[in-house]
Design a protein around this ligand. Structure first.
Ligand SMILES: Nc1ncnc2c1ncn2[C@@H]1O[C@H](COP(=O)(O)OP(=O)(O)O)[C@@H](O)[C@H]1O
Ligand SMILES: [Mg+2]
Length: 372
């Protein structure tokens, strides 16, 4: 599967452009602020129907313009499809495949899988546990619709339970039976979520370890494990009921549910110590890279197709040796089409020519894109 062509009108800083891509490596090179990441984001839109950067859609319309259009032609097993995303100010986003509008965007998501590796990934190390749960949930939900359904139901029940706790607090009342109705449902949905997280991690962790070993030449030992709010080092649902009961006093005081899968986390360690506190920036970057490459491999196996791989500014903070290795790796047959940004056209071109890797280089300048 690959993106053959991209056309944009008024998307972020790009007024109008069209580019035809290599089915292997594509590089966007240019100065800071030229619009390289914006191009990756346009590709992200075609896959996930939204920006990678969690912004409101309307903020992606070029300043002082009334609409944006992103169009792409994908080739999947020899069959071409045209994907269209258009947004007019004060209108609903329109998303079409082969000129037919989708009723629900969720029908599109997963058809053209994509993994983005970006400097923003550092949030996985430095951000709150919510970022890590989203990472986990995002991968599982991409291949398991049951997971997504249960997660949505769990969050709805959780909201109700929290609202009830708040009501008790404000009205100085308490009704254990009313609370138990929500507890029972939380436990049922929670069990499926935790079981599926467990299944996923059993497959994912070995992939992650082998990617890290490859990137770092096995110089360091890393580990990734689940941190359950019920105290275990893996996802468990036994004891959820007891935990809900024993945290009741606290939950009532803060009118919020303080235990459950919505509070669980992933713990990242390097040589036995916290990655966030003790690892160098380069080591953290390698860890994140391994995490994302494992995500790639996992989705590839689940979907039986090679996701597009978007690498934004990965050169930063990676030493030459690790970067060359990464480039060689993504050029191999294990990977499909790759989009990569860099500030220097020469080093990328030299490296790719040296290794005889099929590629195209696009210079992004004054919001114009031309081939190197
Ligand atoms: N809606 C928008 N309209 C016009 N310009 C925008 C919009 N959103 C972002 N930009 C501009 O895009 C530029 C950043 O582009 P980006 O792709 O991040 O650059 P880089 O090449 O460094 O990756 C900034 O100059 C920013 O002002
Ligand atoms: Mg950028």
């Amino acid at each position: 599967m690959f993106l053959k062509q991209l056309s944009l009108i008024n998307f972020k800083n790009h007024s109008e452009l069209e580019a035809k891509f290599s089915r292997k490596i594509n590089c966007f090179v240019g100065n800071n602020g030229a619009g390289k990441t914006n191009l990756l984001d346009a590709v992200h839109y075609l896959s996930f129907c939204k920006s990678f950067f969690n912004t409101a859609d309307v903020q992606n319309i070029k300043h002082n313009e009334g609409f944006f259009v992103i169009q792409g032609i994908f080739n999947k097993s020899g069959e071409e499809s045209e994907v269209y995303c258009g947004l007019k100010r004060n209108h609903k986003k329109v998303f079409k495949r082969n000129k037919k509008e989708y009723e629900r965007l969720s029908e599109h998501i997963g058809q053209y899988p994509l993994v983005m590796i970006s400097p923003n990934d550092s949030e996985l190390v430095n951000g709150s546990s919510e970022v890590r749960r989203k990472f986990l949930d995002g991968i599982i939900a991409q291949y398991d619709k049951v997971y997504l359904d249960k997660l949505i139901s769990y969050n709805q029940v959780l909201k109700q339970r929290n609202a009830l706790l708040k009501h008790f607090f404000e009205s100085r009342t308490f009704d254990s039976e009313a609370l138990e109705i929500w507890d029972d449902q939380l436990i049922i949905y929670g069990k499926t979520i935790l079981d599926l997280r467990g299944d996923f991690l059993r497959q994912f962790i070995p992939l992650f370890n082998s990617h890290y070993n490859f990137i770092s030449n096995s110089k360091e030992h890393v580990s990734l494990h689940y941190e359950s709010s019920l105290g275990a080092k893996h996802p468990v649902s036994e004891g959820f009921k007891t935990a809900l009961l024993s945290s009741l006093t606290r939950d009532r005081a803060v009118h919020y549910t303080t235990v459950g899968p919505h509070k669980d986390d992933l713990e990242f360690m390097l040589n036995g110590f916290s990655l966030k506190k003790y690892a160098s920036q380069g080591q953290q970057k390698s860890f994140l890279l391994a995490l994302k490459l494992a995500q790639f491999e996992f989705i590839k196996a689940q979907k039986n197709t090679k996701p597009l791989l978007l690498l934004d500014d990965v050169y930063d903070k990676l030493d030459e040796e690790r970067f060359t290795k990464l480039l060689e790796m993504v050029s191999s047959d294990t990977f499909g089409q790759v989009f990569i940004t860099d500030t220097h056209p020469d080093r990328m071109n030299e490296l790719l020519n040296l290794k005889n890797i099929e590629h195209r280089i696009f210079i992004v300048q004054d919001s114009l894109v031309k081939e190197f």
